[in-house]
Design a protein around this ligand. Structure first.
Ligand code: SAH
Length: 273
């Protein structure tokens, strides 16, 4: 299929397809954008790609041409006849909610050097998906997601910025987060109200050394419990003297707020607890 808006529309019309808002359906119709996403993702013939939400398959068909295999999870079964026309033979489509899938089982029979996840998704599902990939221990090397611009900014957030929160730390512990490209709202049908960006999460080979991951993540979560409060107030049940000692090394004290602490300082504190 060629990626003109008209052809895509015709294909969808011929199949009586109705866009469903609840599934965040905005399909890309610009081949250049598709190619630059793929190029920046450095997918090759050794890569197994998991695509979440293939839609009409515009990205899926191009992924199929350059990856070893593609497994695409699509929640909307009415896309079946359309997707069938657009995918390459090395692509398997699994219909259902990605969040409920046993992905480890689905990838078991594939051989690959690298495992990538690629998705253009509604913002409300992006975070649960990344958390699922981490919690289910899916051995992903890279996640490439297209999200609304503000959501992407949150993933990239650094200490002191407004959207820095415990999720930013959680994600940055596992992945190096990088913005790949800006995508105009004009390349989608229907046209969304906002522009998007494509962000990549590359698995860190060298993670920050932690004595105990659970303690670290609990500390981070508790520290952000009430964002406007100081560490002293959010961490009342902790041994504050130990925390103070670490903070002093960085010329800080217990009146600091979590939003001003780097992931490294959190790690240092957690390792003392
Ligand atoms: N990737 C396509 C479509 C993007 S629209 C493109 O870029 O053109 C988002 C797609 O995600 C839709 O097809 C929608 O049906 C699907 N989707 C939404 N929630 C999903 C979920 N929980 N699991 C799997 N697919 C989902």
């Amino acid at each position: 299929m060629e990626y003109s808006a008209n052809k895509m529309k015709k294909n969808l019309d011929d199949n009586n397809f109705n866009f469903k808002k609840k599934y965040g359906q905005n399909f890309i119709v610009d081949k250049n954008v598709i190619h630059s996403i793929i190029k920046k993702s450095d997918i090759d013939k050794e890569t197994l790609v998991i695509e979440i939400g293939p839609g009409a398959g515009s990205l899926t068909s191009e992924l199929g041409k350059i990856a070893k295999n593609v497994i695409a999870y699509e929640i909307d079964e009415t896309l079946k006849p359309i997707l069938k026309q657009n995918i390459t033979p090395n692509t398997q489509v699994i219909y259902g909610d990605f969040l409920k899938q046993d992905v480890l089982k689905d990838i078991k029979n594939y051989n690959y050097q690298k495992l990538y996840v690629v998705a253009n998704l509604p913002y409300y599902i992006t975070t649960p998906i990344i958390i699922k990939l981490i919690e289910d221990e899916i051995p992903v090397d890279k996640i490439v997601v297209m999200v609304q611009k503000e959501v992407g900014d949150r993933f990239k957030a650094t200490p002191g910025s407004k959207s820095y929160n415990s999720l930013s730390i959680f994600l940055n512990y596992y992945f190096e987060v990088k913005k790949l490209i800006d995508v105009s709202r004009n390349v989608f049908i229907p046209k969304p109200n906002v522009d998007s960006i494509v962000v990549s999460f590359t698995k860190r080979d060298k993670k920050i050394p932690l004595k105990n991951k659970e303690i670290f993540f609990k500390l981070v979560k508790d520290s952000f419990k009430q964002k406007r409060k100081t560490l002293k107030n959010n961490l009342k049940e902790y041994d504050l003297s130990k925390i103070e000692k670490v903070l002093e090394k960085h010329n800080l004290n217990l009146t600091v707020r979590a939003e001003n602490l780097s992931i490294e300082i959190f790690a240092e504190i957690a390792n003392e607890l």
